[in-house]
Design a protein around this ligand. Structure first.
Ligand SMILES: *[C@@H]1O[C@H](CO)[C@@H](O)[C@H](O)[C@H]1NC(C)=O
Ligand SMILES: *[C@@H]1O[C@H](CO)[C@@H](O)[C@H](O)[C@H]1NC(C)=O
Ligand SMILES: *[C@@H]1O[C@H](CO)[C@@H](O)[C@H](O)[C@H]1NC(C)=O
Ligand SMILES: *[C@@H]1O[C@H](CO)[C@@H](O)[C@H](O)[C@H]1NC(C)=O
Ligand SMILES: *[C@@H]1O[C@H](CO)[C@@H](O)[C@H](O)[C@H]1NC(C)=O
Ligand SMILES: *[C@@H]1O[C@H](CO)[C@@H](O)[C@H](O)[C@H]1NC(C)=O
Ligand SMILES: *[C@@H]1O[C@H](CO)[C@@H](O)[C@H](O)[C@H]1NC(C)=O
Ligand SMILES: *[C@@H]1O[C@H](CO)[C@@H](O)[C@H](O)[C@H]1NC(C)=O
Ligand SMILES: *[C@@H]1O[C@H](CO)[C@@H](O)[C@H](O)[C@H]1NC(C)=O
Ligand SMILES: *[C@@H]1O[C@H](CO)[C@@H](O)[C@H](O)[C@H]1NC(C)=O
Length: 884
């Protein structure tokens, strides 16, 4: 008991220290093997991860062995790009946050050629800088800016300019306060950031909570003073104490202190931040007062640094130095008894990233198309249309001017090996004029939506395996001038009249069973209330899926789904060996094991005709699964729709569902904490995809531990989309619907208001997290607090969570990560949906838990980072300040 309590307290403390400090940091060690990632860099305590999930291209390499002791561990590996003109990292950031972005490039003769690389760096569509490693005094260089991203994703691209391959060693992003380093326009490129000291030590994280790097700078013209006393530096700029506890004064006490440098280019606009603190204990008759002068451009008179407290003087408007460079003078005033002093200073130049990126709905659409058809085109990285000379191949864009985002106007995926149906995502390319999908293996029907894309003037679908008939509205468009090419689709019917007529009588019969009763149990305040609710018939659009028709002429095959995945009842009987092996049973019917083509194992869900799920759910699930594809969603292999026989055929998930593993019904060993976190991340990613990756977004509506299935390698996938519902995106973000879901998992706000948002899934997911951690029933009347949310909330307030963590884990877990999961779960089940995190935030938090759990079990050991002789900061030599 006591032991639990102590452990828990230590856990909380550790999480606070570690997680709070590196919050929002992105630290990528480029080229580092993902199996050994993440690791903690011993010299800084920063947690670095492999870059491999942020980029699909490039190769890994290591710098020459004898250079190892010169560099910290994150700089020993690198990624180089022998292929493609442009290679891009795509990072998730928070739009509007001020980021310190630092890139490190160390050549280190990794290729044994001794040829220094030379390439361009781009931030999104804008050129950032030429990186030329020739003539650098060290083997490396750094590039750093302070920048506010306009979107939630940030592309960092390396562009080949000659024969050498671009390289990169590390990418580091640090969120800063939004009220510091503010500019009128543009971003800040660091010229230098120094503290005045004759030591050798670089100051950075954890001394600097934002991980700004302060390099020591001194001159023989200065005298140094230092202090051991505390300096108050807590607010705004938070300059680290280590950088303020020394200062320089001119050696000749009556002369000014002068610092000069040459910004690049020489007419660049400069921002300057000067940090002062009085660190001498002054006598009653002593004063220090001086003026700050940059001749003609900046004056600040009568500065007296506060005692043991920081004072920052900065230029509110950009300064332009004259052609000889910048000259900063600190001049003692007549009444001062002491010479001027300065502790630290930073100089930046303005760098503009003016180009507006391609319209973001076009970008999302084309990225979805890339994912849907698994297109591995190497040029498809970064912004699709910009810069113009690097735009994606097979795409055409319209360009107006720099203040108008480009649009995608043509797409040519001719002979690109496309399979499956024509994706509805295409209609999100709202300005597309020419669409060429010829000479692929596309199946299914010619979709109606093509006619709704008003801008289209040319469609080529020839040379595919399309079936069904051509929609009338498309033929009408053809009369108005649309060029439509369809030849080479042997089973395509070119006239619309061969459309099969819907059989309304049959439809009514199959819809009827869904008018079933769902029991919903909901927590309202402190009480658990049981209520019953009837689900009325959905009065909107009846299912238009034609039923039956088997055995008629080929041309009258229903065209809604791709023919390939439709199976006859006879085939279903065959694949299940006449329904021999039962995998499970539910309200909808029975699930059987099966085999397709003797090789692929499948799970066949046979819907009983009286199933409460009914035809509507069947159709919903088939439609959804046809449309969405994600590694963390159980994929549909096929379906059967033959009279009364409805079946859904899924990929087989040999390890059953999460619930079985928690309750140990599946046999085998206990699911470790690490595996549980892994499954949670998987499920969260699946859900995140439904919420943000699908257009329109989808709500799953029935997230629970029995709907999270595990494959042979215990990867988690979401199942059972029968209740899923998409909602319109434009003005409405909510949909009023009939309440559905599983008791205990059901969002009380949704239950009360009938307003469905994706936050209802977040609630249910929170319940799953509580289940994962405690392995307790969701509702247990014998508990003091029957519902798990109330119960865990009650225990957390007492602080003793040791008692509620699944005893099967035998305390083999990182307490910090368990706490964090519980905290996350409790925020997901917040009564108010507005206060719940988004699934993207959930994914991020869970990944942090994985990192802290991994670092507990991790084997990765530091080899070389103990000796941290950082390579000299080889910025442009001219920008290194000089003392006069
Ligand atoms: C890179 O490091 C090696 C070994 O320290 C040195 O010989 C070489 O001159 C360095 N290259 C540059 C450009 O400084
Ligand atoms: C900074 O962020 C706070 C809250 O995060 C916000 O209220 C404030 O308006 C922001 N300030 C600026 C200058 O963006
Ligand atoms: C530090 O400065 C802040 C603001 O100037 C002040 O409120 C605080 O009391 C100071 N703390 C100390 C220890 O002097
Ligand atoms: C010290 O500076 C003053 C003012 O600039 C100058 O007149 C004087 O000659 C300097 N003394 C020495 C020793 O350089
Ligand atoms: C300040 O006072 C001290 C004694 O308290 C004296 O030694 C010193 O000369 C004075 N300095 C000045 C500049 O008056
Ligand atoms: C700075 O001060 C000097 C003298 O006090 C004055 O001549 C000059 O115009 C001032 N410059 C600016 C930019 O304020
Ligand atoms: C992008 O296009 C969509 C639809 O065409 C439009 O609603 C949106 O305003 C555009 N966004 C920008 C940033 O121009
Ligand atoms: C850019 O083009 C748009 C559309 O053609 C036009 O409305 C706008 O005035 C142009 N802006 C500039 C700065 O030329
Ligand atoms: C699409 O590309 C193919 C070759 O890849 C070319 O033959 C065809 O003409 C292109 N289509 C259009 C509409 O330009
Ligand atoms: C089209 O389907 C037929 C059989 O239906 C098949 O033989 C052929 O290979 C398919 N063609 C393509 C390009 O997939």
């Amino acid at each position: 008991m006591k032991c639990h309590l102590l452990l828990a307290m230590i856990g909380v403390f550790a999480v606070m220290v570690v997680a709070q400090k590196q919050e929002g940091f992105i630290s990528l060690d480029c080229g580092f093997p993902i199996e050994e990632s993440p690791y903690s860099d011993l010299s800084t305590g920063l947690t670095f991860t492999s870059d491999s999930t942020f980029i699909q291209t490039g190769k890994s390499a290591r710098i020459e062995k004898q250079l190892n002791q010169n560099f910290r561990k994150p700089y020993l590996t690198l990624r180089y790009f022998p292929e493609g003109k442009r290679n891009c990292y795509s990072l998730n950031v928070n739009r509007g946050t001020n980021y310190l972005i630092s890139l490190t490039f160390i050549y280190g003769n990794y290729d044994d050629l001794n040829v220094y690389p030379n390439f361009d760096l781009y931030l999104g569509p804008d050129k950032w800088r030429r990186i030329d490693m020739e003539g650098r005094r060290s083997n490396g260089t750094k590039e750093e800016i302070i920048h506010i991203p306009r979107k939630n994703s940030l592309d960092i691209c390396l562009v080949r300019t000659g024969t050498t391959s671009p390289i990169i060693s590390a990418i580091e992003l640090r969120p800063l306060r939004n009220d510091t380093y503010v500019t009128h326009s543009g971003s800040l490129r660091r010229s230098f950031r120094v503290y005045l000291s004759n030591s050798e030590r670089e100051v950075r994280f954890a001394d600097d909570i934002y991980d700004r790097i302060w390099t020591p700078f001194f001159s023989s013209r200065y005298t140094q003073i230092t202090t051991n006393l505390n300096i108050n530096t807590t607010d705004t700029f938070e300059v680290p104490k280590a950088a303020l506890s020394s200062a320089a004064m001119p050696r000749n006490a009556s002369a000014p202190l002068i610092i000069t440098w040459k910004p690049i280019p020489s007419d660049a606009e400069v921002y300057l931040y000067l940090h002062f603190a009085e660190i001498q204990t002054l006598g009653a008759n002593e004063t220090r007062e001086f003026d700050i002068i940059m001749k003609g451009i900046f004056n600040q008179s009568g500065i007296t640094p506060p005692k043991f407290e920081r004072l920052t003087v900065f230029s509110a408007v950009p300064l332009q130095c004259d052609l000889d460079g910048c000259r900063l003078e600190l001049v003692r005033t007549p009444k001062s008894t002491l010479p001027p002093l300065i502790n630290a200073l930073e100089a930046y130049t303005i760098i503009e990233f003016p180009q507006l990126e391609t319209n973001s709905s076009d970008v999302v659409a084309i990225k979805n198309i890339k994912a849907t058809y698994r297109l591995g085109k190497i040029s498809w990285q970064g912004d699709p249309c910009l810069p113009q000379e690097l735009s994606w191949e097979n795409l055409g864009c319209s360009y107006a001017n720099i203040s108008t985002p480009p649009r995608i106007i043509s797409l040519n995926l001719s002979a690109s090996g496309l399979t499956g149906s024509i994706s509805p995502i295409l209609q999100n390319l709202a300005h597309i004029q020419e669409l060429d999908l010829s000479n692929n293996s596309l199946t299914g029907s010619v979709p109606k939506f093509l006619a709704n894309i008003k801008s289209l003037s040319f469609i080529n679908l020839s040379g595919n395996n399309l079936t069904g008939s051509v929609p009338q509205n498309l033929l009408d468009r053809e009369k108005e001038g649309l060029v439509l090419k369809l030849e080479g689709n042997p089973e395509l019917c070119k006239i619309s009249s061969c459309n099969p007529k819907e059989k309304k009588g049959l439809l009514v019969l199959v819809i009827a069973p869904i008018a079933s009763v769902l029991i919903a149990i909901v927590v309202v305040g402190l009480f658990v209330v049981f209520r019953k609710k009837k689900v009325p018939l959905d009065v909107h659009a009846p299912p238009s899926l034609p039923v039956a028709n088997v055995g008629h002429s080929k041309h009258s095959e229903p065209s809604f789904f791709s023919k390939k995945i439709r199976f006859t009842y006879f085939e279903v009987q065959e694949m299940t060996n006449n329904f021999k092996r039962v995998l499970g049973e539910g309200g909808f019917g029975v699930v059987y094991h099966g085999c397709v083509n003797d090789t692929q194992q499948v799970a066949v869900k046979l819907l009983s005709p009286s199933s409460s799920q009914g035809y509507k759910h069947f159709k919903a699930e088939v439609e959804l699964l046809m449309r969405v594809h994600h590694i963390n969603l159980v994929s549909l292999v096929g379906y059967c729709d033959e009279g009364d026989h409805l079946a859904l055929i899924y990929e087989y998930m040999p390890n059953g569902d999460l619930k079985q593993h928690l309750s140990r019904k599946h046999g085998g060993s206990v699911l470790s904490w690490k595996s549980r976190l892994g499954v949670a991340v998987d499920a969260a990613l699946g859900l995140e995809y439904l919420h943000t990756g699908c257009k329109p977004p989808m709500v799953h509506r029935d997230i629970k531990s029995t709907n999270i299935l595990l494959n042979e390698s215990f990867q988690g996938k979401l199942a059972d989309f029968g209740l899923s519902r998409s909602f319109p995106m434009a003005n409405e973000t909510q949909v009023s619907t009939v309440v559905a879901g599983t008791p205990g998992y059901l969002d009380p706000e949704y239950y009360q208001t009938n307003w469905l948002t994706e936050k209802s899934d977040v609630y249910s997911f929170g319940i799953v997290l509580l289940e994962l951690t405690t392995n307790s029933p969701i509702i247990q009347q014998s508990r003091e607090k029957p519902h798990i949310v109330e119960w865990v909330g009650f225990i957390v307030r007492t602080g003793d969570i040791g008692n509620i963590i699944d005893p099967n884990l035998h305390e083999d877990y990182d307490v910090g990560s368990v706490w964090k999961v519980i905290e996350l779960a409790m925020s997901c089940v917040n009564i108010s949906s507005g206060r719940r995190p988004t699934m993207s935030q959930v994914v991020n938090d869970l990944k942090e838990c994985v990192i802290s759990e991994n670092s507990r079990t991790g084997e990765s050991q530091e080899m070389n980072s103990m000796s941290s002789i950082e390579f000299s900061m080889d910025m442009d030599t001219e920008v290194i300040p000089k003392a006069r």
